[in-house]
Design a binder for this molecule. Structure first.
Ligand code: MF3
Ligand code: CO
Length: 272
């Protein structure tokens, strides 16, 4: 069942989404070689609680941390741990909060030092594909319009692997609501997009093949070929004419650009 939100509810959801953006901004400030993902997770939990939120991932279906920290070939749901991050690592940080009863859930991928040109391009293209999908999140369209826009921009254009086992989703008073938002599919198919739907759109894109597996911890999802994977996620309200992005990358990007330990690639070149 799809839950539609009115304008007041969407403003509350914006507040929750922005708390995630602000938390990711804190992460962008402190990331550097030598820091551990467990240290990041502690900071994330403290920042969320200090700002009137509850970390929503903690204890969700038994998930044991505040955040998902997915390094290199980990696609999503990586457990924070005591291992130091290294120069050349990429890390997707995915954070969820509940604020005033509403969920925010979004993610950003950072590069610690230079991960090499192929991975830099993967990061850039995955981020761009998220916006290609968001452009289609307008009333009157279909979920498949979002899915196909992401797939076309990543798999068809760059030959990347689009993960199929995990998908975007509706968001609201629950972390996962209908409809599912796959990152592959056909335009003109799927649920109708209507004003008041709020979607977490989250491409998970692999440099190599699309195949993934889940580790014995029951959570960590890795690429089967162990090539890197990138994940970006925004919370988006469907509107007439133009999607309303509730989360905010601009503050994260400013902190990323100001952190000398983080590698920020230039816009992706067209494939040759
Ligand atoms: N962004 C992910 C999702 O929407 C994060 C969930 S992780 C979990 O599914 F720990 F909460 F499960
Ligand atoms: Co999500």
């Amino acid at each position: 069942m799809i839950h539609y939100k009115n304008s007041a509810e969407i403003e509350l959801m914006r507040d929750a989404a922005l708390l995630v953006s602000k938390t990711l901004t804190e992460v962008a400030r402190v990331l550097k070689p030598g820091i551990t993902t467990l240290e990041l997770d502690k900071l994330i939990g403290t920042f969320i609680r200090d700002n009137g939120g509850i970390p929503s991932f903690l204890n969700y279906r038994g998930y044991p941390f505040n955040s998902c920290t997915s390094v290199n070939d980990v696609v999503v749901h990586g457990f924070p741990n005591g291992k130091a991050l290294n120069e050349g690592d990429i890390i997707s940080v995915d954070i969820g909060v509940i604020k005033k009863g509403w969920h925010g859930d979004h993610a950003y991928t950072f590069a610690i030092g230079d991960p090499g040109p192929e991975t830099v391009q993967l990061i850039q293209v995955t981020k761009e594909s998220l916006y290609k999908g968001i452009e289609k999140a307008v009333a009157g369209g279909r979920v498949g319009d979002i899915s196909s826009a992401i797939e076309e921009y990543t798999a068809k254009k760059y030959g990347y692997g689009v993960v199929r086992e995990l998908v975007g989703h509706g968001l609201g008073k629950s972390l996962h609501e209908d409809p599912q938002v796959p990152n592959y599919g056909r335009r003109g198919t799927g649920a109708k997009l209507k004003e008041g739907m709020v979607l977490a759109i989250e491409p998970m894109i692999n440099l190599g093949k699309r195949d993934v597996y889940t580790e014995s911890d029951g959570w960590t999802v890795r690429t089967t070929d162990h090539q890197p994977s990138v994940h970006f996620e925004h919370d988006v309200a469907v509107r007439k004419g133009k999607a309303d992005i509730l989360s905010d990358y601009s503050i994260i990007e400013a902190a990323e650009a100001a952190n000398p330990h983080l590698f920020v690639g230039r816009a992706a070149a067209l494939p040759s």
